[in-house]
Design a protein around this ligand. Structure first.
Ligand code: DWN
Length: 395
């Protein structure tokens, strides 16, 4: 049974940055979050149609940040050295940040955002401009045979029907093949109070506990889990066929993650009720802080036009009266407005100048990188604001 524990109000498409003409017919949905007592899966109560989010106008380029480029380079190196796959397929290849480290002759990709599918096809990687499902898995198997490594980053949590997704993976995976995927960790979200991991694209936030249940049901088994620092804390899950004997037996990392999650109470509804109270407090604290800084006449901007900040601004009702504008390095976002709250977005060159007193960290997951880069700002008295793990100001 699915039980609701959190209501983040009316929310727009998190990554749909707008021009003024688009304000009037903007789409909103109810962002409510549920816990499934049976599988222990945390999901959005109402899913948004995938075509509305993932299409040829998708603006999130994984390669815009150097740390993510490095992350995927190292991941590709590690998986190649450790498992020596003879062929590779990525689900949700975005701008090719991961596949670019493999030979195009035996590397394939699936990417429903037409702009990115075109990009990676042009790079020489056969990219299927479609949503991942059983039919597509059949087609790929017919065209290229089974796959030794199926990889996905920040993509499986976007998929609504997990049973269909995992069945499709199982059908395409070679006998000794491995399925590796990474997504934000539910445990880290709960520990850090980072409720802004919840937005339209994130249909689910995974615990290892829930994935263990759902993968087993689909005849796949987790044999290893890596805890990663990227995107505010993620888990990389390694799975294989459950019914084919191999050397890859579930190791200590699986047991440790399952027991840590049990200790935290991720298998109990009450834990989520406590989290909801913390989210409510976070909203009140952030709004009061911004309002009192405004009364003192401070200029506050937001650093990074993220999907996460779409959730925060719409849930907390933070608009242009509290945040003057947002700076972001992504050209496709500049000159546009934030979803729902319509705060203007400019380049850092244009907006991150001496007049800025405070910067709310929309991209709090890049805190260290940003702090290292913006020493001039903090030296002259500028302060950053975040809500993770609690609302605070720092420099
Ligand atoms: O799963 C998803 C994750 C991986 O990425 C997607 N559903 C959408 C997206 O989520 P996000 O928008 O919250 O991602 P980021 O990576 O936190 O976005 C960072 C944004 O901040 C980018 O637009 C780039 C910008 N940025 C900046 O302006 N200056 C980033 C850095 C590091 C900077 O110094």
């Amino acid at each position: 049974m699915r039980k609701e524990f959190l209501d983040l109000g009316k929310q727009p498409i998190a990554n749909r940055f707008l021009i003024e003409d688009e304000f009037d017919d903007e789409f909103f949905f109810d962002l409510k979050v549920v816990f499934d007592e049976k599988t222990k899966l945390v999901s959005l109560k109402e899913f948004v149609a995938p075509e509305m989010m993932f299409n040829e106008n998708y603006t999130y380029h994984s390669s815009t940040s150097y740390p993510m480029k490095e992350h995927f380079r190292k991941t590709a190196e590690l998986l190649t050295t450790r498992y020596k796959p003879s062929n590779v397929m990525e689900i949700g290849s975005n701008d090719g940040i991961f596949i670019r480290h493999f030979n195009p002759d035996n590397t394939f990709a699936v990417e429903p955002c037409g702009n990115f599918a075109k990009l990676t096809n042009d790079m020489g990687y056969k990219t299927y401009d479609k949503f991942w499902n059983i039919d597509l898995a059949k087609l790929i198997k017919q065209n290229h045979g089974t796959m030794d490594l199926i990889y996905a980053a920040n993509c499986i949590c976007h998929v609504h029907d997990l049973d269909d997704t995992f069945k499709a993976v199982r059908d395409l995976l070679s006998k000794d093949g491995i399925f590796v995927f990474e997504d934000p960790s539910l445990l880290r979200m709960m520990e850090r109070g980072s409720y802004d991991q919840l937005y339209d694209e994130h249909a689910h936030i995974f615990s290892v506990t829930a994935l263990d249940n759902i993968l087993r049901k689909n005849n796949l088994i987790i044999f290893r889990v890596d805890n990663l620092s990227v995107h505010g804390g993620s888990n990389r899950i390694y799975a294989r066929h459950a019914s084919i004997p191999t050397d890859l037996i579930p190791d200590e990392s699986v047991r440790n993650n399952l027991s840590q999650e049990k200790d935290f109470g991720l298998d109990r509804f009450e834990t989520y009720q406590v989290f909801a109270e913390r989210v409510d407090k976070s909203k009140n604290d952030l709004v009061s802080m911004l309002k009192s800084l405004k009364l003192e006449g401070k200029k506050i901007i937001s650093y990074g036009a993220t999907s996460k900040s779409t959730t925060v601004f719409n849930y907390c009702g933070i608009d242009n009266s509290l945040i003057d504008y947002i700076t972001d390095t992504t050209e496709d976002k500049q000159g546009k407005y934030s979803p729902g709250t319509h705060i203007p977005i400019v380049s850092p060159e244009e907006g991150f100048d001496e007049s800025v007193d405070m910067a709310y960290l929309g991209a709090w997951n890049f805190k260290d990188v940003i702090m290292n880069k913006e020493t001039e700002f903090t030296k002259r008295g500028g302060k950053f604001i975040t809500h993770v793990p609690q609302v605070m100001m720092f420099s």
